[in-house]
Write a new protein. Structure first.
Length: 104
């Protein structure tokens, strides 16, 4: 009997996991007193969201309605892109202007 219940669990186990396609973009963000490099992964499948990687931390923001550009946000953060530039509003009123890093 125990063998049968294990077999039934295996029957519903997914065979393969597929990665969701996303778009990767690199940004150099400047604030009033600091600068950070950010990697953004945009996922456009439902639900649309962006994952921002800064150093060892990751921030996941869902897509929000926008009349112009792509707007993502939750709680006290908002990441708004237009063209190749972005504006990142972070906690405590910190606003950073982001653009692709310079190519040397």
């Amino acid at each position: 009997m125990r063998w049968l219940s294990c077999f039934s669990l295996l029957a519903v186990w997914p065979v393969a996991v597929q990665a969701e396609p996303g778009i990767r973009a690199e940004y150099h963000c400047l604030g009033r007193f600091d600068a950070v490099d950010v990697t953004a992964f945009f996922f456009n499948q439902d639900p649309s969201e962006v994952v921002l990687l800064e150093g060892q931390s990751a921030t996941r923001l869902p897509r929000l309605p926008s009349g112009d550009g792509g707007r993502y946000g939750a709680a006290d953060q908002e990441f708004w892109i237009k063209g190749d530039r972005a504006r990142w509003s972070r906690a405590k009123g910190v606003v950073m202007q982001c653009q692709p890093p310079s190519r040397v």
